[in-house]
Ligand binder design. Sequence first.
Ligand SMILES: Cc1cc2nc3c(=O)[nH]c(=O)nc-3n(C[C@H](O)[C@H](O)[C@H](O)COP(=O)(O)O)c2cc1C
Length: 325
Amino acid sequence: MRIGQYQLENCLIAAPMAGITDRPFRSLCYSMGAGMTVSEMLSSNPQVWKTDKSRLRMVHSDEPGIRSVQIAGNDPDDMAAAARINVESGAQVIDINMGCPAKKVNRKLAGSALLRYPDLVKSILSAVVKAVDVPVTLKIRTGWSPEERNCIEIAKLAEDCGIQALTIHGRTRTCLFNGEAEYDSIRTVKQTVAIPIIANGDITDPLKARAVLDYTGADALMIGRAAQGRPWIFREIQHYLDTGELLPPMPIAEVQRIMLSHVQELHDFYGQGKGARIARKHVSWYLREHAPDDQFRRTFNAIEEASVQLEALEAFFENFCVNKR
Ligand SMILES: Cc1cc2nc3c(=O)[nH]c(=O)nc-3n(C[C@H](O)[C@H](O)[C@H](O)COP(=O)(O)O)c2cc1C
């Protein structure tokens, strides 16, 4: 899989997820076998670039892997400026968000709301492609609603504007995250345009990954929620794609090592207080399988101090191993 001049290590991409795919998570996904990761979306509104939130979301040139940064907005000039700023700060690929279903974003006619306005889509894509000399990619849903499914029109337009890869989440905006993602639209788009197509939505395990690749003919897969608390899913899928065999479940000692180092990274990246708060959701995802009752999570979520969080996790695993003996 190639995006412009960049050759990906494999065809598995970690999805942009606001509040989740921060720098520590992206680094972890790379180390667990992702071929590329995409940053959380950054608003194109220049007034928010200087906020702490946006500053932390920007990528920097010392990050591992291919640095793809996602931008969202509705003004072609602002989007072009945001793309330029991010390239200056180290982005190697610019991804444009036209998939976000959030009301807060859609109200400003950004994210998936743009799919209803192909002329505006064209102006934004052309402006961004012209503004930077790195590859520009686009992420969409299949349309605004099942009655307005226009991903084929948008894909052709994207190709004409010089977009170098297109990710399609197999749901419309009005579907939100309900029901199941469908792959027929992705398959039709793949048969219609020549640019690389990345299939997204509900890819939860190696067998599903194989099936979606085969059915859609997509060049790559993007994985979001299934990587939460399971970043090793990339390694599991890649192994299955390479050998047709499933890896054994991740040993608990490895889960402990990965999770503790992730939590430590969050503390270091965000600072102790904010880092501890952000770590809570990740820990609850990691422990979904191992602490099915809520007792530990409730106690853990009440902890404010970073060092106490790490001690609590060490103690959890010690108890877990004693109980398993
Ligand atoms: C918490 C959360 C945050 C997300 N944030 C973004 C985002 O910033 N930009 C974007 O394009 N998609 C975003 N998405 C959508 C995902 O990238 C992906 O398209 C969607 O989750 C479907 O893939 P999955 O079934 O593998 O999770 C987000 C999804 C979730 C669950």
